[in-house]
Design a protein around this ligand. Structure first.
Ligand code: ZN
Length: 158
């Protein structure tokens, strides 16, 4: 079966940065619903369209095609006194951006009585190299199309 609209693709992937450092290696295969449902990066869909099980490729992605450029407006400094106790560097906090959107902030640095938060994706601003291997391709179920994501072992759990 070829990968096309409304197929569920199960793949293995590995992400390295421009220096070849491993950023992420999926322990388990992951599945997504193909066909412009925003389940994965558009560049991945583009590369896999029309391919079959066993297809493997390495995609070089510029930051703009991967997780976007860094947005310095997403970096905030707040007084430590406004912080819940026990927050550490590397932790995460949920908050709202200036326009009211819910956002996850990573705690980057605690400097004196100031805390520096960053809501950029950790891979924003990085050129990435993605190794993909297609393990399975199947037609999506009606439920999956309605929900706009893949179900099953490697997909979404309800
Ligand atoms: Zn669902």
């Amino acid at each position: 079966m070829k990968i096309g609209k409304d197929t569920v693709v199960t793949m293995h992937y590995k992400v390295v940065d421009a220096q070849g450092k491993l950023l992420d290696k999926a322990q388990e295969p992951s599945a997504y619903l193909h066909g412009g449902y925003d389940n994965t990066l558009p560049k991945i869909e583009e590369a896999l369209e029309g391919q079959e099980v066993g297809f493997a490729t390495v995609l070089k992605l510029a930051a703009a095609d991967a997780f976007g450029e860094r947005d310095e407006a997403l970096v905030q400094t707040i007084p430590k006194s406004e912080f819940p106790p026990g927050v550490k560097v590397g932790g995460q906090l949920r908050g709202r951006s200036a326009d009211g959107q819910e956002q996850v902030f990573n705690v980057m640095k605690i400097k004196g009585d100031k805390v520096i938060l960053d809501a950029n994706h950790p891979w924003a601003g990085q050129n990435l190299s993605l190794s993909l291997k297609v393990l399975e391709v199947r037609a999506a179920t009606a439920d999956e199309v309605t929900h706009r994501h893949a179900h099953g072992d490697h997909g979404h759990h309800h």
